[in-house]
Ligand binder design. Sequence first.
Ligand code: BF8
Ligand code: SF4
Length: 618
Amino acid sequence: PPIEERSLWEDAHKMLAKAEKEGIETAWDRLLQQTPHCTFGESGICCRICTMGPCRISKKAPLGVCGADTDVIVARNFGRFLAGGAAGHSDHGRDCIEAFHAVAHGETEDYQIKDEAKLRRIAEELGIAVEGRELLDIARDLVEEFWASFGSQRSQVCFVSRLPEKQQETWRKLGITPRGVDREITEMMHRTHMGCDNDAANTMLHSARMCLADGWAGSMIATEISDILFGTPKPRKAQVNLGVLKKDHVNILVHGHNPIVSEKIMEAVNDPELIALAKEKGAAGINLAGLCCTGNELMMRQGIPMAGNHLMTELAIITGAVELIVVDYQCIMPSLVQVGNCFHTKMITTADKARFTGAEHVKFEMHNGMDQARRVVRMAIERFPLRDQDRVEIPCDPVDIVTGFSNEALLEALGGTLTPLIEAIKAGKIRGAVAIVGCNNPKYKHDHCNVNLARELIKKDILVLVTGCVTTAAGKAGLLVPEAIDMAGPGLKEICGALGIPPVVHMGSCVDNARILQLAALLANELGVTIADLPLAASSPEWYSEKAATIGTYAVASGIYTHLGHPPNITGSKVVTDLALSGLDDLVGACFGIEPDPFKAADLIDERIRQKREALGL
Ligand code: BF8
Ligand code: SF4
């Protein structure tokens, strides 16, 4: 498509034009080369699970060599797809426990406990004695509790206790109460080996269980520990888009997911010695900006600006103003190495589990995080004299946003209890809430669906919560500031206006969707119902990743109707598709809905919220 049709944004248009002029390839070019996509893969009916195959299902050949039919093949492929997502989030959570463990056992001076009150509160919630005990004693017990949620074989993961009893009962009856994170993921790999779970519906139920382990443990533990170690987010101002890069500064981008690396880079950037070195090299200072989810983590807690979301990552380098990009893991396009090579931009990897050929590896460990961060920042400064200022183009001015709405901050804005929110919902001033989450995908006009869905929903007096890459979209559209209430319906405008919050509320990164699960559970407990009874929904309009599908599945399994812009690769199976689009509704009280058009999607979600309100007698 022409450049204007590839993205909603001016900064993207300008960088795409620059890429074209300078002959730099981007995801959009490669999508064209890959189109049309293989229809067997797209509908999920290609099986590569054993070497009697690969098998692909057609009219002529309706069964694989082993006899597996299209339903079994689709369910197995989808189960493994979801396992990838659950493993990604949860292994991020595991790294957070590693850091927390090192702090609790005095093995590092590079990380500390920033939110003592939250540590005590969560320990108490999980039944750990806190009265009269040393902080690190409590921390060590909490670490063990978290490890147990990964390694446990028989007991449920820790935060299932946050759910209403009635909902826990539903899960027990269905056999989907998640045990240890690692057990559920391993079992999925076992079930989908040739000759094991050959019943599509049964595989799907285990998918639900495994994704719940991610939502209510892997991701939730990641969020809670990140708050304990780096501070629980509070509302604060920040800025978004490529305009946050500075022509006269050393520009460093952090990309990936885990704040354990990016928080240290942020500290190093503020080191007076390194700032002096940058000035020696001719720069006015050092500028740090985020990309994707680690950008969300830094923005939520520290107000560090956000350069862009998933499809902006290549384009950020194309400004020519980036000295260095430092990454940990997930959603990092390997092409960034090549795009960086078109400029003076250096790419640094930090995790042994995510190395990129052509990038330099600076391994971050618990005991050396600060030293390594300084080393990386020094490397960035050394690159500054190599920059060709004639090729630099910073395409726009930044847009202001307000971020930092953890549940703790939301409760504070509400005056300490959920009552004002519940009253507003009962009165129909806020008709419901929708979490718009997830990614970009070059198959869509970048951010068109993310932004327009949010705009349509707030017009209908529906509060919107955003995380992940939708955050940057909403921010660029001017939706993350209190003044955005002028775009909202009258009820939402009144309530958000009185509270001084935006109608679209930023709740964090993708693992922070756990905050939304917790909020849903708090509301359900307060009202004496289950999450499935609430006027809530979720949406991932432009999703691309395994993790996004896992989030969607744990949302549905938790009772939250979830809209997706396009289906996963499951359409080759009627059993799996029907379960996803309606069957799950009978089991867990929610299902998926598919609609690529954001305006129609808003109506679909609105109708669901209307039904939920009606069932509650509202
Ligand atoms: O975990 S929203 S493109 S960056 S997968 Fe990735 Fe999607 Fe962005 Fe964060 Ni989430
Ligand atoms: Fe073919 Fe069955 Fe092997 Fe899959 S598991 S590749 S369907 S023989």
